[in-house]
Write a protein that binds this ligand. Structure first.
Ligand code: BES
Ligand code: ZN
Length: 616
């Protein structure tokens, strides 16, 4: 049994000596505070699901059978959330007693199953709640084609337990197989070897032969078709969206090859993307073999494909080498952002990579301003909290800046070799922050750990920061300045097609509008030139509506409302609801939210119920 003891005395000393964040968590072991599981006693190795989706009741029913390593334990403890447990059987087919513990507002409920010290197989019969946190059951009206219902799951961070009783911690790795029965006109897909088309029975079987963390088990059921891009990449989407989706992501094959040239062979065989309905709460989710993606990335100019590069990069950082607990989340996301931008630099050139780095930096500035200070360090202490509370741009872009600092200090060539070895030597393992620091000192910095305190444990901004810059953005800023000046000098507005610049340039252009200096008349002038209010590009809409809300440019209100009702991607919704709140338009915010809430996934509802003080 693997024990996770990684911190050396030296590191520990630094942690205790200098920083309250670190000293409050002088953990020698990678203890996951978000699970009930006791991995020293028992550890699941394989999961076998046999489930059926019920689109009338919005529930999943069936069984989960586990094969586990048993260290002479008398009980197997699993995480559950809002599950009904019907019965539990042992390998001999006999029932065994079980009980559900007290409800915990973050962890859910522990399921304690009586086993004998020799048992290694247990089967649980269960059903999910119609309000399962991971699952989103969509009506036909909430889909792209509006003809069939849709079901999607989102496991990260601790939601898998709401649809599968499991040891729901990233420090566990399991293989799985599944039999899933769905309505005959729908296709079932998982983070596993997938079917390419529907069958007459509506019964699908899956296998994930490589060990993954439980947050990466995923299921989607809907009317979707498949279009291959090359022999190992392709796109699933609703029939009427498939062509546009496959065009947008046509570079996927090259992307995988490019990623492989950087950091080693793609480890999962197939890399497909499933485009989900607009209420999917994230931009993308790196479910192995089947990335889940928002349709808002389909903007018609292939400018948002860094999202696919990001999820692909997780095939190494995250899925292959996995954060040990949610306190180490930056180990997943920081590496992935660095890798994502390296892929994009190879494919699209440095100007493109610079643009997304600047946008990321701006997002980081917002996070650093608005977050509770304790969440502005890379390593965080989430004990007693929901991992989602610490979700921000810090693990992403501060993590990126840290790796970028290492790259510039030691040189790209050396750093690339280092990363290559890091991924191959820790493949299918978990990683704590401390284990990474040890590896880094040994293999790159020659024992130097002067970066540890400032970059990893300290809150706020590090001193030796390399702020990203972008030539193309400088030009966009000059353009904005000129436009505003023209408007104020009564130069007649002349319509300009938005295709003159890429999406990222427009996002930057709009972001540079200064709500303290500019006015709603300035917005009206820009709108007369570029017609941002009627844009159908979600990136542009999000950036623009934030300004129109803050400057009270009411002409955009109906479109703002439509956007908020139709799109469920939290990253887009957050700045807009926040702007409404800050500009004392809480009533308008609540009016919209009431209508929009049924379209949002649990994770988005949770965020905005709290932000808007909304009682359902
Ligand atoms: N793994 C994340 C999404 C996530 C993180 C879900 C934590 C739940 C909890 C995914 O890889 C991600 O970072 N998506 C980004 C993509 C972007 C950085 C290109 C998103 O959703 O916006
Ligand atoms: Zn990510």
């Amino acid at each position: 049994m693997q024990k996770l003891v990684y911190i050396t005395l030296g590191t520990l000393f630094v942690m205790i000596g200098c920083n309250k964040q670190a000293s409050s968590s002088t953990v020698l072991e990678a203890k996951d505070n978000q699970t009930f599981a006791d991995l020293d006693k028992a550890r699941i190795k394989h999961l076998s699901l046999d489930i059926e989706t019920d689109f009338e009741k919005n529930i999943i029913t069936g069984s989960a059978q586990y094969t586990f390593e048993n260290n002479s334990a008398k009980e197997l403890i699993l995480d559950t959330e809002k599950l009904t447990i019907d019965s539990v059987l042992l390998a001999n087919g006999k029932k065994t007693p079980f009980k559900l513990g007290e409800k915990d507002s973050i962890k859910g409920q522990e399921l304690i199953i009586n086993v004998s010290p020799k048992d290694t197989i247990v089967k649980v019969f269960y059903k999910t709640s119609p309000n399962a946190n991971a699952l989103q059951w969509l009506t036909p009206a909430q889909t792209h084609d509006k003809k069939h219902p849709f079901l999607l799951s989102q496991g990260q961070a601790i939601l898998t337990r709401s649809w599968i009783p499991i040891q729901d911690t990233p420090s566990v790795r399991i293989t799985y197989d599944a039999k899933v029965k769905v309505p005959k006109d729908l296709l079932a897909l998982m983070s596993a070897i997938n079917p390419k088309e529907k069958n007459a029975e509506g019964i699908y079987t899956f296998k994930m032969p490589q060990a993954i963390a439980p947050y990466l088990i995923a299921l989607a059921v809907g009317d979707v078709n498949y279009q291959p891009i090359d022999n190992r990449t392709g796109v699933y989407a609703e029939p009427d969206l498939l062509k546009a989706a496959a065009w947008e992501f046509a570079e996927m094959g090259n992307m995988v090859t490019t990623a492989e040239k950087l950091y080693g062979k793609y480890p999962w065989g197939q890399f497909d993307v499933l485009v989900l309905p607009p209420s999917f709460p994230f931009g993308g989710m790196e479910n192995p073999r089947l990335t889940f993606a928002t349709p808002t990335a389909i903007v018609g100019d292939r400018s948002m494909t860094n999202l696919i590069a990001h999820e692909l990069a997780h095939s190494w950082s995250g899925n292959l080498v996995t954060n040990s607990t949610w306190d180490d989340f930056w180990v997943n996301e920081g590496f992935t952002v660095y890798f994502e931008r390296r892929i994009m630099e190879e494919l699209e050139g440095k100007d493109y990579a610079d643009m997304i780095s600047v946008i990321g930096f701006q997002d980081l500035e917002t996070s650093m301003r608005n977050l509770p200070e304790k969440y502005t360090s890379l390593k965080v202490d989430m004990k007693g909290s929901n991992p989602d509370d610490a979700f921000s741009d810090v693990p992403y872009d501060k993590g990126y800046l840290f790796l970028k600092m290492l790259e510039s200090k030691y040189g790209r060539e050396k750093f690339d070799k280092f990363l290559n070895n890091y991924f191959s030597s820790h493949a299918f393992q978990t990683m704590t922050t401390e284990k990474f620091v040890e590896y880094l000192k040994k293999n790159l910095t020659d024992g130097d750990d002067s970066f540890v305190q400032e970059w990893i444990y300290n809150t706020g901004w590090p001193k030796d920061l390399n702020k990203p810059t972008s030539k193309l953005f400088d030009a966009a800023e000059a353009q904005l300045k000129q436009d505003i000046e023209n408007g104020r000098n009564n130069v007649k507005a002349k319509k300009v097609a938005i295709s003159t610049k890429s999406t990222n340039e427009w996002v930057h252009f709009i972001r540079q509008i200064d709500v303290k200096k500019n006015t709603k008349e300035d917005l009206a002038y820009l709108d007369a030139i570029y017609d941002f209010t009627n844009s159908k590009n979600p990136e542009i809409e999000c950036a623009w509506f934030e300004k129109t809300i803050l400057l009270n440019y009411e002409k955009a209100n109906p479109n703002t409302k439509e956007f908020l009702v139709n799109v469920g991607r939290r990253k887009f919704l957050e700045p807009l609801y926040l702007a409404l709140k800050e500009s004392h338009q809480l009533d308008f915010a609540k009016e919209i939210y009431k209508e929009a809430r049924p379209n949002y996934h649990f994770v988005a509802r949770q965020t905005f119920d709290a932000m808007l003080n909304y009682q359902p």
